[in-house]
Design a protein around this ligand. Structure first.
Ligand code: DQA
Length: 140
């Protein structure tokens, strides 16, 4: 699964100077293609609803599916997300388009996902998803 959290549905229109001009639909297609090249079948999803993301992570835990996760702002404060990630049995790779640790807002400088992740890819734009899928393929 490649899971995306809040506001990422507006990729391409949302602060393009930070997040670029690739739309979420284009990103989905890229991830499917990159995944296929790595022998991975990608199930790509985005939600603005925290409970929905938690349900998907619970499903990944039940099915033993590996996950690439860009939890967006929830990364920085959701203890429910921390608990959901902690249940995963297959590898989890954290990805961010920007590098939150280098951004001025202090709230971006911590992640509840990182303690559960086998790798973190941040600051490489959309290409970071390709790198995250490569990390995932190497970890499974
Ligand atoms: C983000 C970084 C987060 O701090 C932010 O809240 C996002 C996107 C990224 O991909 O760079 O929504 O996860």
């Amino acid at each position: 699964m490649v899971l995306n959290g809040p506001n990422l549905g507006r990729l391409g229109r949302r602060q393009p100077e930070i997040y670029g001009t690739t739309t979420i639909a284009e990103l989905e297609q890229l991830c499917v293609d990159w995944g296929r090249g790595l022998g991975l079948e990608v199930d790509f999803r985005q939600t603005n609803h925290e409970g929905e993301l938690l349900d998907w992570l619970n499903q990944a835990a039940d099915e033993g599916w590996p996950v690439v996760l860009n939890a967006a702002a929830w990364t920085h404060y959701s203890w429910a997300l921390f608990d959901a990630c902690g249940q995963l049995t297959a590898p989890l790779v954290e990805v961010h388009i920007s590098d939150p640790s280098q951004r001025p807002e202090e709230f971006r400088h911590s992640s509840v996902v990182t303690p559960h992740a086998v790798a973190v890819v941040a600051g490489h734009g959309i290409d970071g998803y390709r790198m995250a899928l490569e990390q995932l393929a190497a970890a499974i």
